[in-house]
Design a protein around this ligand. Structure first.
Ligand code: SAM
Ligand code: SF4
Length: 455
């Protein structure tokens, strides 16, 4: 998944209008992966549906929702800092209702209640029904809202240009370093037809790009009775009128089948971008990580992806400083990175997570060594990314404009490269051909050449 980030949510719900006379406001703070972002969207949609308006100012809010991540210690520390800062808000305004959700909550409610007694509600990821405990208006909501499935369902009037759609929850792997299976449970695939219907509704609301989400998104369907898998789902979603671009993340190398690769290659809306975390390039480290594949299996999948999907870009995740990782083992990871020349690498220093297998082992790589390895990966990737981007200058690329930032329009290529351009007028949601004029290390600048018609 994408690296840990705070999500500045200028949101759908904020953009939607609340019924006349409604005074109540909510504030939402999200940290972590796209699954958290999708789940926060669901909370926003529910609150806006019952007349709450979004505010970015906690002091103004009647309801504050924090959506947490504990994948690494740094994320957990940020969440703890954020909850701590709300004690002041609660003191000044005792009526404010505060809720904490996300991976920090699963199985920890009793401990959290003792630690943060001023938090009114703790609810586990996706357990949206419990919001009614602090937002009584939800109990009186209209039939549409009451019948919302237990899954993310956008009901806001303005869902934006691009939307996330969770398709599989949980994870059946037990990577030795990872807390996700303990906090998100076993894999549960959403029903096939329900996902397609949700995408159809999104398309009718003006969404042009959909990203299908799961911790192991390419395990989709193995628990469903009819044998349909991610490739079949991509085929069905590709046929939805109005959806111009289709993405999916995060994939596991073990399930990246030839069928899936060949399906990506032929479906017009599926973007030529694959996010395939490798985590390490050394077989012994991969074994201790319990990743269930070898570096050569990974190489084979990349080779098949690149030879089947013309122009594909590939990103990955790496953990440096895993317990016992020797210099030689780390060099094997560097060799794999040099050889594959990924378009993007999300690199993290190993962080022991209580309750996981590797947390029982000594965290024996000193911080300075982890840091030095992290820097080596970053330096390599700066060089690779700058070279990839420089080679694009002069080319014309199709971008979907999804925002306006720092005085420029912003969009992404099908390969997920960030492009900015200057132009007057409203370009939001347009599919534009842009000629690339300037390359920097992590983004491109260009000028619009033509606007493409959207089907
Ligand atoms: N399911 C995906 C996969 O198979 O790689 C990744 C999901 S994981 C929640 C997101 C990323 O967080 C991982 O790719 C990994 O690089 C990082 N991560 C997870 N646990 C970590 C830990 N204990 N220390 C450092 N990074 C970690
Ligand atoms: Fe965590 Fe491994 Fe599952 Fe990814 S596949 S969520 S890293 S346990």
């Amino acid at each position: 998944m994408e690296p840990l980030h705070l999500i500045p949510r200028v949101t759908r719900a904020a953009a939607g209008s609340s019924p006349a006379g409604a005074e109540k406001r909510y504030c939402i703070w999200t940290i972590g992966c796209q699954m958290n972002e999708a789940e926060s969207s669901k909370v926003e949609a529910m609150l806006s549906q019952v007349g709450y308006r979004r505010t970015e100012t906690e002091d103004e809010a009647d309801v504050i929702v924090l959506n947490s991540c504990v994948v690494r210690q740094a994320a957990e520390d940020k969440v703890v800092g954020k909850i701590g800062s709300l004690a002041r808000v609660k003191r000044l305004k005792p009526d404010v209702r505060i809720a904490l959700t996300g991976c920090m909550v699963t199985g920890q409610e009793t401990k959290l209640r003792e630690r943060f007694p001023y938090v009114d509600l703790f609810f586990e990821p996706s357990d949206f029904d419990r919001l009614v405990e602090i937002v009584p208006e939800l109990a009186e909501a209209d039939a549409d809202l009451a019948e919302l499935p237990h899954y993310y369902e956008p009901v806001s009037t303005n869902p934006g240009v691009a939307a996330f759609v969770p398709i599989i929850y949980g994870c059946n792997f037990l990577c030795s370093y990872c807390i996700v299976p303990y906090r998100r449970g076993k894999e549960i695939s959403r029903p096939f037809d329900e996902i397609v219907a949700e995408v159809e509704r999104l398309a009718l609301q003006g969404v042009r790009e959909v990203t299908l989400l799961g911790q192991t998104v390419n395990a989709y369907g193995h628990d469903l009775p009819d044998g349909r898998d991610l490739a079949d789902l991509l085929t069905a979603v590709d046929a939805v009128p109005g959806i111009e671009r289709l993405r999916f993340l995060t994939s596991h190398p073990k399930y990246f089948s030839d069928k899936l690769i060949e399906t990506i290659a032929v479906l017009p809306s599926v973007c030529e971008h694959v996010n395939l975390p490798v985590q390490a390039g050394d077989d012994e480290v991969l074994r201790r990580m319990r990743r269930t594949y070898t570096a050569d299996h990974y190489r084979d999948r990349i080779e098949k992806i690149r030879s089947t999907i013309p122009g594909v870009t590939v990103s990955t995740d790496i953990i440096v400083g895993f317990p016992g990782e020797t210099d030689e083992q780390f060099d094997n990871t560097m060799r794999l990175l040099e050889e594959i020349e990924f378009d993007k690498v999300h690199v993290a220093m190993y962080s022991p997570r209580p309750g996981t297998l590797s947390a029982r082992w000594e965290d024996d790589i000193p911080h300075a060594v982890k840091h030095a390895r992290h820097t080596r990966v970053e330096k390599l990737m700066e060089r690779v990314s700058a070279a990839h981007y420089a080679a694009m200058v002069g080319e014309t690329r199709e971008i979907l404009v999804d925002g306006f930032a720092k005085g420029r329009w912003r969009g992404r290529t099908r390969g997920n490269q960030l492009v900015f351009f200057d132009a007057s007028g409203d370009w939001l949601g347009q599919m534009v051909e842009v000629r690339i004029t300037t390359a920097s290390t992590w983004y491109l600048l260009g000028e619009p050449v033509s606007v493409l018609a959207i089907a």
